[in-house]
Design a protein around this ligand. Structure first.
Ligand SMILES: NC(=O)c1ccc[n+]([C@@H]2O[C@H](COP(=O)([O-])OP(=O)(O)OC[C@H]3O[C@@H](n4cnc5c(N)ncnc54)[C@H](O)[C@@H]3O)[C@@H](O)[C@H]2O)c1
Ligand SMILES: O=C(O)C(=O)C[C@]1(C(=O)O)C=C[C@@H](O)C=C1
Length: 309
């Protein structure tokens, strides 16, 4: 087996994403030592039971001491406080990154705390599930998925390449882009679908005629796909909404316009408009499958694992 790329990997936050990184890093020898830190003693104990790391610390500052790679795996709104906490303990030359679903607000929160000589390179693996907590992770989560890095101008190119190689080691393809562009793209491909799912499941639940038992009984239909997304972690998605406000509002307003156009086509019996749209969207699904971006159908049999929040 080849030498690990990093001597000491510190994971701050050990939920779905942190524990998946721990598992893949261990399995593929990406770091010589893995240090795990999270804010609750109960979750940390569970991480230890699952043998996710080599050392476990409740103190995030202690966890990052001597680490050459530090990955923040906490809800996006928590990154500023964590960065402030760990900043005095970061080693010169270390790479500091994160996995947050939004990028501009993470940069704004973290950047002011980054000491000179530490390479801060924000990141986002476009891979996940509706589950959370340390039990939910798995080593193959990042296989064949994209990981987007948003290095700021002037960041050390060798550090960016080293982090890219780490994510390739995790199984991902890596793309680099600007943080604002990331937030706009993710608003449409990830954030809006989740908001639509939360909304449709909420609407169904509010309807007096659709009782909860009927929702469960008939949910082998398309509705079930929405319930999976709508089961995603409330803390994570609250933070995504609050931290990508402008791009999400822009996409919601475009979506509302298109929904009104569809409403109009239905009202006026414009079958051609509906048929053309449905044909276009079917083509998009087919091209995603051809590009190998769609793997298995969602596994509804997975057990819901718990998180500490
Ligand atoms: N779940 C996904 O599908 C997915 C995919 C890609 C990226 N992300 C991003 O990854 C990050 C982690 O998500 P996850 O799904 O692993 O969440 P998770 O709920 O499974 O784990 C979150 C971890 O952060 C810790 N934490 C929570 N609040 C904290 C706080 N205020 N201070 C310190 N630690 C705190 C928790 O104890 C837990 O260990 C988020 O920023 C999310 O946007 C999630
Ligand atoms: O597949 C899912 O369950 C996800 O929600 C994963 C998903 C996505 O929207 O694709 C969710 C948020 C992340 O930031 C990245 C990935």
């Amino acid at each position: 087996m080849s030498e690990p790329q990093f001597e000491r990997l510190a994971l701050i936050g050990i939920g779905l994403i942190g524990s998946s990184i721990a598992r893949v890093a261990r399995e593929r020898n990406l770091a010589r030592e893995i240090v795990v830190s999270t804010r609750s003693a109960e979750t940390l104990a569970r991480a230890e039971e699952l043998d996710l790391g080599d050392r476990y610390c409740l103190d995030a500052g202690e966890a990052v001491e001597g680490a050459d790679l530090v990955v923040l795996c906490v809800p996006v709104g928590a990154n500023g406080a964590v960065a402030k906490w760990i900043a005095p303990s970061l080693s010169p030359g270390a790479i500091l990154t994160d996995v947050g679903s939004t990028k501009k607000s993470v940069v704004d929160q973290v950047r002011p705390h980054v000491p000179n000589g530490v390479h801060f390179i924000p990141g986002h693996p476009i891979a996940g599930t509706e589950q959370s907590g340390p039990d939910a992770g798995f080593a193959t989560l990042f296989d064949n998925r994209w990981c987007i890095l948003t290095p700021e101008q002037g960041v050390d190119a060798a550090a960016t390449e080293k982090l890219s190689a780490f994510w390739r080691g995790c199984g991902s393809n890596v793309d680099l882009m600007d943080a604002d562009h990331h937030d706009l793209v993710l608003a449409i491909v990830s954030h809006l679908p989740h908001l639509i799912a939360y909304n449709i499941v909420g609407t169904a639940d509010d309807l007096a005629t659709v009782t909860k038992s009927e929702v469960i009984k008939y949910s082998a239909s398309g509705f079930r796909d929405f319930t999976r997304l709508a089961a995603s972690d409330p803390t994570m998605w609250r933070d995504v909404c609050l931290n990508n406000k402008d791009a999400i509002l822009e996409m919601l307003s475009r979506f509302s316009e298109d929904l009104s156009a569809m409403q109009r086509a239905i009202r006026w019996g414009d079958g051609d408009a509906l048929f053309d749209l449905f044909t276009r969207t079917r083509g998009i699904r087919r091209s995603i499958i051809e590009a190998g971006q769609e793997t298995d159908a969602p596994d509804f049999g997975r057990v819901q694992s718990k998180t500490d929040d």
